[in-house]
Design a binder for this molecule. Sequence first.
Ligand code: PHE
Length: 343
Amino acid sequence: MEQLLQQIAAYKQEIEQTAQDGAEALEAYRIKFLGTKGIVKGLFTEMKNVDADKKKEFGQILNEFKQLAENKYDTWKQGLESGSTAAGSTLDVTLPGEPLPLGTRHPINLFLNHVISIFQRLGFSVAEGPEIEDDWHNFTALNLPEHHPARDMQDTFYIQQKPDYLLRTHTSNTQIRAMETNPLPIRIICPGRVYRNETVSARSHCFFHQIEGLYIDENVSFADLKQTLYFFVQEMYGKDIKVRFRPSYFPFTEPSAEMDIQCQICGGEGCAVCKRTGWLEILGCGMVHPKVLENCKIDSNKYTGFAFGMGIERPALLKYGINDIRLFSENDVRFLRQFTSAI
Ligand code: PHE
């Protein structure tokens, strides 16, 4: 009898611990405990071996055990019938789900990602750098020493508490950081937010986004630069796009150029957007100045490179037909929700 009681206790524990999951498991449970050759029946047949004076006590224990096994079966079955595996739950799994509100990507990111994917196909990889930068990486290393007049080309936000620190005015800082640390050759694009102390209006903002590119290796030439940019604009604006290069000046490149594309609004006829010239300026570029290479401890007799940089907001305005740059940073969801897919 002692042994039988121990067995019953073990079965009780097993029943309590059985997870109520699914009709198949329920049927297996029924056969095992409540079937004609099941455990409950088996225990009842043991009755005849129990001493006469213990029969009553054993009978009670056995009945309780049978009740437990049957109760478990009933609640499990009910749970399945009401559509849930959890006992007693009223959950109806056939009801349609509540939709979760889904966000959309910001139009600037959509545009940036598209530009990035074009350059990635040419083997460029993405590099990111800090928005709070020191004077060296934003200016001095880029051949813009203190008091250089070209510093005024970019109105800078300086950080008062930390002299020599500023909000980067371009993502060229990331190029310097890459040249200082990465092994050669280098082929990177640097997307990110930049800051300039400009009056906020429909056409310009005190922060905006840029993507700059850098390629350093032996024998890199201006022809490589042009072919890379041709590939970019053709992927971006179509094979028939007309392009022109104009000589320009940047302290960190020599020679320097600006690239224009035919106005996308008037097709080159001349309109308000292109100021009646038929052309839109989209980026600055040039061959990396030997002084910049030397500042980053790169041998300028052995290595050459090209760099380019463009703003993202202006072409994005054109692409999406938006007339106010401030919309990009006002976070009005009615505006943002309209941009759901890549370009
Ligand atoms: N850093 C320049 C700017 O912000 C763009 C540029 C990058 C020009 C690389 C030439 C070469 O205006």
